[in-house]
Design a protein around this ligand. Structure first.
Ligand code: ACM
Length: 676
């Protein structure tokens, strides 16, 4: 094969001498490759590549199953030559495209697969006529993942295949499958049929309606039943489909919390013994471990992944404090608090997995109470958990919410479909460095990579799912693969526009970045008016968690952006907003207003009304106006309203009271008082 390689290479690359051609500046490939050199000439890509390879029969069969490849009957007629080169990096490749064909060198089958993805992407970009080019490429991180939440809204396996196709094209290699959560159990477990006879079904299709309607499950044969689950055969198909595309599927089985659906059908596994009373397994009960281990046995049999994700996030642990069994477990095991009780469960499950040749990965709460010896941490509440894990010699996968949570809105939330309450733009994802040099080599090498998470509470339809996933999933791909020196947002953005067009033509529904509004227009320029820089008295204090710029916030001239946590929005919890502005001297005013935002997913409400009054002495106020909330606002969507009066008046003190509808409770968020 080596000899054949040498012979054919020259023929395939004939005419591909390095040149100064004013050739295309960009391959269009996402993620950006490491090194690209253009040559003279063009290769017309065949429908199917006749190839010769020095790969094992199994690798060849796998490649042929996933790619347009057919073994060349005659080596001289091959238009693709594939050779192993053990000097290259894992998953890396060299691709040479000449006038008559291409050659690929790679260390492993994944490298060959990725070289083919680059070739196919260029074939799409250049309409089947690729300029001659040499590419040398290798990934920055070994773990480049996306997480799909299929509990909140079930997705068909065909839909999962479709997303896997696109993941593979962009060299993403981990699919973290969030298969279980309160909203539905999605994997058939032979030993526990109620999980899929009941806990996979709800009398509501939509998560929000189900949640508001009491969050109950129903039997699968209920005429109202909505939901679904994957049979074992479905799972095998997805795992195999992904494997052929060099994607490892990592199943997540949530424990000890986010487990309401299990406890609804097996209430004896909760501390209370009653359904619909707890989200947490009882850790004092041996039956909990029997259940979890039995489930994991069936999961392990289906998923070859080294990692099994055990969740571990957001356990309230409330019942554990008083549950006699949990207390007895804590006493016997010498556990000082409920965090250590959770850690006991995680360590025990880790031993179970390790004994079966698997490794445990969990959300960063598994650090609390002490990390299990071999556990890998998925850092989501910021980066601190991942860094702490890496510092203590554990592996980490970085998925911080501010950059990697793809359920948040990506553009003007007043136009975009419903989402989680915060804001993560394409640039926010792209701007993330999972392992900056400032961490030092020892920490950097423990960071396996990056993952985008698509939680689906607010995402009922497949179309909406794709809208949230793409193109931000492309940014995750480039953050995970491309060398920092190759990253350039403007160049990436231009490639995204092209890829988005191609994806649309293929039947995907990506967010169309070319129509993006970008940042909130009101926040782009500082406000300068009578109130700017003037003191405000807070008659109701803002919440310490959302101080923004403290007492200066309301008159600092800075309007808030799309994101309530951007440091420009100030928050009040279960309270009116009551402020008095001092203009310093009595003077004529023609306008007084205040900006509020609504973000239902974070329980941030609009005030139902805002009263604006004026005084000379800060004692006797005259009401200028009471402005009601805009009745056209959709209460399910993020919205912005400036409540304002305009007219003619004179005064020194402007009092503004925004009233929260106390029957609903929640937050009020305001950004700026504006007086002209
Ligand atoms: C999470 O977002 N609860 C991991």
């Amino acid at each position: 094969m080596r000899r054949l390689h040498t012979l054919c290479c020259a023929a395939l690359l004939a005419g591909a001498a390095a040149c100064n051609d004013p050739a295309p500046r960009t391959t269009g490939i996402i993620p950006a490759p490491l090194e690209v050199t253009w040559h003279r000439g063009t290769f017309t890509v065949p429908e199917t590549f006749a190839y010769v390879a020095d790969l094992s029969p199994a690798d060849r069969a796998d490649l042929e199953a996933a790619l347009p490849l057919v073994a060349a009957s005659d080596g001289d007629r091959a238009d693709l030559l594939i050779a192993t080169d053990t000097t290259l990096a894992p998953e890396g490749y060299r691709l040479e495209v000449g006038r008559r064909g291409a050659t690929i060198a790679a260390r492993d089958a994944a490298g060959v697969f990725y070289a083919m993805q680059s070739l196919l992407e260029m074939a799409d970009r250049f309409d089947g006529r690729i300029p001659a080019v040499s590419i040398a490429d290798a990934p920055r991180f070994a773990y480049r993942g996306l997480m799909f939440d299929v509990s909140r809204h079930f997705r068909s396996k065909e839909f999962v295949f479709k997303q896997i196709d696109r993941m593979a094209r962009h060299k993403l290699n981990r699919l973290h499958w969030h298969l279980t959560d309160a909203a539905g159990w999605r994997i058939a477990i032979d030993r526990y049929p109620e999980l899929t006879d009941i806990a996979a079904w709800r009398p509501y299709a939509d998560w929000a309606a189900w949640s508001e309607g009491g969050a109950r499950y129903c039997r699968r044969d209920d005429p109202e039943a909505r939901g679904g689950y994957y049979t074992k055969e479905d799972i095998r198909e997805v795992v195999e489909y992904a494997r052929l595309r060099h994607i490892t599927v990592i199943p997540e089985i949530e424990m000890p919390s986010h487990s309401e659906e299990v406890l609804a059908v097996y209430p004896a596994l909760s501390c209370t013994g009653k359904p619909y009373t707890s989200s947490d397994f009882c850790v004092g009960n041996e039956a909990t471990f029997e259940f979890l281990e039995n489930v994991l046995d069936e999961v392990i049999a289906l998923f070859p992944s080294e990692y099994i994700h055990i969740g571990g996030d957001e356990a309230p642990k409330t019942h554990w404090r008083t549950c006699p069994r949990c207390r007895e477990r804590m006493r016997r095991e010498g556990l000082k608090d409920v965090d250590e009780l959770q850690s006991y469960l995680v360590r025990r499950i880790e031993r179970y997995l390790n004994a079966r040749g698997r490794r445990l990965i969990g959300w960063d709460e598994i650090l609390e109470g002490g990390l299990a010896p071999d556990a890998t941490v998925m850092s989501w509440r910021g980066v601190e958990g991942g860094i702490a894990a890496a510092r203590s010699g554990h592996h980490a996968v970085m998925t911080p919410g501010a950059h990697c949570y793809l359920d948040h809105c990506q553009d003007d939330p007043t136009i975009e479909p419903p989402s989680a309450a915060s804001f993560v733009s394409l640039a926010d994802v792209y701007g993330y460095d999972p392992a900056p040099d400032s961490l030092g080599r020892d920490v950097q090498r423990m960071i396996l990579g990056v993952q985008g998470n698509l939680w689906c509470e607010h995402i009922p339809t497949d179309e909406h799912f794709e809208h949230m996933l793409w193109p931000r999933g492309l940014a995750i791909a480039e953050v995970g693969w491309s060398a920092p020196g190759r990253m350039d947002y403007d160049d990436f953005h231009a490639r995204v526009l092209e890829v988005t067009d191609r994806m649309q033509a293929e039947g995907y529904h990506p967010f169309d970045q070319k129509n993006a509004v970008g940042s909130r227009p009101e926040a782009r320029e500082a406000v300068a008016c009578l109130s700017t820089g003037k003191p405000i008295r807070y008659n109701t204090p803002y919440h310490s968690g959302y101080p923004a710029a403290g007492d200066a916030t309301m008159t600092d001239g800075l309007r808030g952006g799309w994101k309530f946590g951007d440091g420009r929005w100030q928050g009040w919890l279960n309270s009116d907003v009551d402020l008095t502005l001092d203009l310093g001297a009595t003077q004529p005013i023609a306008y007084a207003g205040i900006g509020f935002m609504q973000a239902p997913a974070a329980e941030i409400r609009m005030p139902h009304e805002v009263t604006i009054s004026l005084s000379d002495d800060n004692e006797h106020f005259t009401e200028l106006a009471t402005v009601a909330v805009d009745t056209a606002l959709d209460p399910r969507k993020t919205a912005f309203q400036t409540f304002a009066w305009s007219g003619e008046a004179r005064g020194r003190y402007v009092r503004i009271v925004g009233r929260l509808d106390k029957s609903k409770g929640g937050w009020l968020f305001a950004d700026e008082v504006i007086v002209r």
